[in-house]
Design a protein around this ligand. Structure first.
Ligand code: 5GP
Ligand code: ZN
Length: 115
């Protein structure tokens, strides 16, 4: 938990969010500025700043991020129509929040590169 990290504060319940899923490893909530009808962020409960900081010991949580995306795609009714999964890492990718997160984006045909 990092008190100056917005996603850690969401996970801790200190900042409100529309949470759609939570388990022992990950939390998923709707993006505050959605780029498509479905735009969910899936984050490790543990603070990992970005993929660059992920370690071997994080293998289980990294796998859980993808499997949670699959589950939420079914729940949101976009598994068949399709969706995009994005992890922005570092300045060139435009990463804004330095708590690793997987964007699940769908519900409309995608235009390149996002939404
Ligand atoms: P990044 O560019 O780092 O991959 O994406 C960060 C995402 O977090 C953005 O899509 C932004 O809208 C979202 N975001 C930033 N602050 C908040 C917040 O306080 N609550 C929620 N739900 N989403 C946020
Ligand atoms: Zn954090």
């Amino acid at each position: 938990m990092s008190s100056d990290c917005i996603f850690c504060r969401i996970i801790a319940g200190e900042v409100p969010s529309e949470t759609v899923y939570r388990d022992d490893r990950v939390t998923a909530f709707r993006d505050i500025r959605p780029v498509a009808p479905v735009h969910i962020l899936i984050v490790p409960n543990k603070h990992i700043a970005s993929v660059n900081e992920a370690e071997e010991a994080d293998e289980a949580v990294l796998g859980r991020l993808l499997l949670t995306a699959k589950r939420l795609a079914v729940q949101e009714g976009i598994a068949k129509s399709g969706y995009r999964l994005i992890i922005n890492t570092g300045p060139h990718a435009g990463q804004e929040v330095f708590h690793l997160h997987l964007h699940l984006i769908g519900g409309q045909r995608m235009r390149h590169p996002m939404g």
